[in-house]
Design a protein around this ligand. Sequence first.
Ligand code: TMP
Length: 209
Amino acid sequence: MQTAKRFFSLEGIDGSGKSTQIDMLIEKLTAEGYSVVKLREPGGAKISERVREILLDASFKGVMGDKTELLLYNAARAQVIHEIIQPALDAGKIVIADRFAWSTFAYQGYARGLGAGMVQKLTELTCGSCFPELTVVLDLTVERSRARTVKRGEAPDRLEQEKADFFERVRQGYLAAAREYPECVAAIDADRSPEEVFGDLYKLIKSRL
Ligand code: TMP
């Protein structure tokens, strides 16, 4: 994949601390004078947020086909690239995404079993060269993830209703990505204090700025 400078994403199973780390990162980079755009996926643009509602709607559990899911994630992504990410990168800004195409690789490719080949073909169509130069995976065991998310007490969405073995495959997908594409995917241990995790994350991002 061709990658885009100053475009970064964070990945991990639920409870890995992505939101906290992204907030810390943005605060630090902004204080250093960088102009940073943050977004989440699926979402980040009005149309993409509408697609997100369909994707996460718990009433579609057992109804939505795997290929429909794959295409909808890509549709949401195509729009946020078009409307938000590419214009921000063209303006010299840093873009930080809470999830991006490596989620599709791990969830649809690995955990749903659609395969890396199909996901890659579609990713090339959706992203072109608008692909993060570096993705940091916050790695956590499924057990620790469950313990952290149960504490939140929110009703699970369609994806969150999947069983532990699904999330184990997601985790293995992320770890495989870090092994196979070390130049653009780095995995760090998320089962530490937010400050310790941030130390590693910050170093990785700064090495590309
Ligand atoms: P979240 O933003 O609350 O993490 O919810 C997004 C959910 O969608 C999460 O369960 C991961 C899943 N997902 C995919 O399955 N494929 C994708 O390409 C993306 C971006 C997210």
